[in-house]
Design a protein around this ligand. Structure first.
Ligand code: NDP
Length: 449
């Protein structure tokens, strides 16, 4: 037991000043500890220590020129975390907060998420501490070109296939893809999230948000309930949030609040298709704060970022879809007091460990991001398949495929709950254990490489 506890201690010591990474590693370690206790080979072969160490971390200078002709310097990264199940796969984040700890936590989570999809995907994550906000299209393009000028030598359609994340959408993927194509003189599926006219897959933009709501649907079905008429909160107003809201509307739920980095909007009358379309214009077209949305609707109130946040609004279901650690234990208690019965994570690690613990103890149905937001990478996996075949599937077929994958992830969680005698609906431990076992076995089979 002491030896097992030392595993975590030594990983923390080896990676100092990486709080987010420690948080992600500790969560998985706590889940799989009972598995390690029963499996001497996993311990002797140091499977957990190996899984925690990235196969490669590439860190590089990104130098570009702004519209004033001034030189700007950013830090670029690609963490190639694990290739036991397939080529490295995971998004790129462009945000001023990006550092090695954040990308390592994201890449680490990606290992387990990708394993749960059942697709042949390894794990990676990357990005830069670049802030696309307030930059012109030309500046964003020159930055993307500069990022790819270094990254191209490390990635490729059978090696490492980045996609989008915070601050990286179809515009950025386009500039990155164009640069890769120019340097390599090859039109290959090196990135996912491309436009559908140039190698992208239908449903990739929708996939994470839609998949999240499918997962919530299956969680509720398990307790003979459904999303119809449920009052919902969706944090964020970006890619994942927008399509989570769209699917919630289709399921007959009522979305009463959403947020962005400037604050939150409360609209007791609920989101409608027309309002959502306006929100997309505000966020994707005009790239403005959601306060501009609230200006248009009498029933909507905008509250600027401060003491009060979106989690203070009473709701049946909550879907954090913005960023890591956006919901703490005080928020969890408020939500529970106000009647919350389900929370499923669209963002990666949006709830603090104390908040998750509180949800689990107070019997709130809790869907961990590794399982519930895996729809995005799953459709990215399908984009890779379509690129390799050179043939593209219809949207309706991809919709069926996405739903089937989310159902399968849910069933895999239930199987793990049964197999490991976990508590009913303990999706947290089920997702961590099920995915760990799969990756660990593949690593064992491939020897100490
Ligand atoms: P976007 O950049 O499209 O949207 C992010 C949203 O979250 C924006 O509304 C942004 O506000 C808000 N936000 C970002 N940082 C903060 C912060 N520190 N405080 C408050 N709000 C913030 O990103 P995505 O929708 O793609 O990603 C959202 C989350 O989902 C991330 O955790 C990501 O890792 C995860 N995820 C994304 C997947 C995908 O397919 N895109 C797949 C799986 C997980 P503002 O508009 O003001 O900047």
């Amino acid at each position: 037991m002491a030896a097992l506890n030392n595993i975590l201690k030594s990983i923390t010591q080896k990676n100092p000043h990486e709080a987010e990474y420690h948080q992600a590693v500790e969560e998985v370690f706590e889940s799989i500890l009972p598995v390690l206790k029963k499996n001497k080979t996993f311990v002797d072969e140091k499977l957990f220590e190996r899984i925690c160490e990235p196969e490669r971390v590439i860190s590089f200078r990104v130098c570009w020129t702004d519209d004033q002709g001034k030189v700007q310097v950013n830090k670029g990264f690609r963490v190639q975390m694990n290739s036991a199940l397939g080529p490295y796969k995971g998004g790129l984040r462009f945000h001023p907060s990006v550092n090695q700890s954040i990308l390592k936590f994201l890449a680490f989570e990606q290992i387990f998420k990708n394993a749960l999809t059942g697709l042949p995907l390894g794990a990676g994550k990357g990005g830069a501490d670049f802030d696309p906000k307030g930059k012109s299209d030309g500046e964003v393009m020159r930055f993307c070109q500069a990022w790819m000028m270094e990254a191209y030598r490390h990635i490729g359609h059978f090696t490492d296939i980045p996609a989008g994340d915070i601050g990286v959408g179809e515009r950025e993927i386009g500039y990155l893809f164009g640069t890769y194509k120019k340097i390599r003189n090859e039109f290959q599926g090196v990135l996912t999230g491309k436009g559908t006219d140039w190698g992208g897959s239908y449903l990739r933009p929708e996939a994470t948000g839609y998949g999240l709501i499918h997962f919530a649907h299956f969680m509720l079905t398990e307790v003979d309930d459904n999303l119809g008429n449920k009052t919902c909160l969706v944090s964020g107003a970006g890619n994942v949030s927008q399509f989570a809201m769209e699917k919630l509307l289709q399921e007959g739920a009522k979305v009463v609040a959403f947020s962005d980095s400037t604050g939150f909007v409360h609209d007791p009358e609920g989101m409608t298709e027309e309002k959502l379309s306006h929100l997309k214009t505000v966020k994707n077209g005009e790239r403005k704060s959601i306060s501009a949305f609230a200006d248009k609707y009498a029933s909507a109130t905008f509250t600027a970022k401060g003491n009060k946040n979106i989690w203070s609004i009473p709701a049946d279901c909550a879907f954090p879809c913005a960023t890591q650690n956006e919901l703490d234990v005080a928020d969890a208690k408020t939500l529970r007091k106000n009647g919350l019965m389900l929370l499923a994570e669209g963002a990666n690690m949006p709830c603090t460990p104390e908040a998750i613990n509180y949800f689990q103890k107070s019997k709130v149905l809790y869907g961990p991001g590794k399982a519930s937001n895996a729809g995005g990478v799953a459709v990215s996996g399908l984009e890779m398949t379509q690129n390799r075949m050179g043939r593209y599937w219809a949207k309706i077929d991809l919709e069926k495929e996405l739903r089937a994958i989310m159902k399968n992830i849910h069933e895999k969680c239930l199987e793990t709950i049964d197999k490991h005698h976990l508590e009913e609906q303990d999706y947290l431990n089920a997702a961590n254990i099920g995915a760990f076992e799969k990756v660990a076995k593949a690593m064992l089979a491939q020897g100490t490489v």
